[in-house]
Design a protein around this ligand. Structure first.
Ligand SMILES: C[S@@+](CC[C@H](N)C(=O)[O-])C[C@H]1O[C@@H](n2cnc3c(N)ncnc32)[C@H](O)[C@@H]1O
Length: 270
């Protein structure tokens, strides 16, 4: 009798425990869902900033953009392989040509600098240039600061959507907009006007299909189907932005990714 009572009690406790666990998981996913809707609707709110930070922290923690096996942070294959090298080769002469127009202490501002793999290659070939890398993930900013920070190379914890951007001359935004929502991008674009030269790099599908600039929440994904190579990416020269762009570079994505990575200079009208 006592033993049966004990067994029943244990079964009831187990059931109760698993119900609480399920309710907790449901509550958490509900909170995440409401948070993503709110941050989508009010991208400049404090709440949205926290949501974006958590989203990109989780991407790095869960290695959603892959890993190289040793690095603590990995911003994706596009930040390391052939596309990154081609970008650096193309940007060196472009940046060098701007330097004479940028005063005594030309400064590059790299928005969404990630693991600094691209920035490090640039800076190595442009010694003496001031560089500020910004990212929404404070851990990566601190990591970069400890590892690469000098009096010329600095890192700031900035959410480019909701906060002021550092001053500078040349602004680089490489493979960042593709992970943000259209409302987020709309908040950033007017802030880029303060830079003399702005270069935006975005991945595009091999075949364009559907309407331009489909929306998506801020996350690790891009707008198009990179396995099939179709859909649409972020196109700043299309509605709702209709900006004037000059193409600078076009490189194929890495193996198995049906995309082309395009760098444009953005020319804002006065
Ligand atoms: C795919 S990685 C690209 C990194 C680097 N630009 C490159 O080309 O190697 C995108 C980076 O943008 C950062 N990011 C995303 N949203 C941001 C925001 N609102 N403010 C600042 N950084 C952001 C992410 O944390 C991530 O490090």
């Amino acid at each position: 009798m006592v033993r049966r009572l004990g067994t029943r009690l244990r079964t009831a406790t187990r059931r109760c425990y698993s119900t609480v666990k399920r309710m907790r998981a449901f509550g958490l996913s509900l909170i995440r869902y409401v948070a993503s809707i709110l941050s989508h609707l009010l991208p400049q709110s404090h709440f949205a900033r926290i949501h974006r930070r958590r989203t990109f922290q989780a991407i790095y923690r869960n290695q959603e953009w892959g890993t190289d096996g040793d690095s603590r942070f990995f911003s994706g294959v596009g930040s390391h392989g052939g596309p990154a090298a081609a970008y650096v080769d193309a940007m060196i002469p472009v940046i060098s040509a701007h330097l004479s127009e940028c005063g005594d202490q030309p400064k590059i501002v790299d928005l969404g600098c990630g693991d600094f793999s691209v920035g490090a290659r640039l800076i190595k070939r442009l010694p003496g240039l001031q560089y500020v890398g910004c990212d929404v993930v404070p851990e990566i900013v601190e990591h970069n600061r400890q590892r690469y920070g000098t009096s010329f190379v600095q890192f700031e914890d900035v959410d480019v959507v909701s906060e002021d951007l550092p001053d500078g001359d040349i602004c680089l935004v490489r493979q960042v907009f593709q992970h943000l929502s259209n409302r987020d991008i709309a908040c950033v674009l007017p802030k880029l006007r303060k830079y003399r030269f702005v270069y935006v790099t975005e991945a595009q599908p091999l075949e364009r299909s559907g309407r331009p600039n489909p929306d998506k929440p801020a996350n690790a994904d891009v707008r198009f189907d990179w396995r099939a190579g179709c859909g649409r990416g972020v196109e700043l020269d299309q509605p709702p932005w209709n900006l004037s762009l000059k193409e600078l570079l076009r490189v194929s994505g890495t193996l198995g990714v049906k995309e082309v990575i395009i760098t444009h200079q953005v020319r804002f009208s006065d």
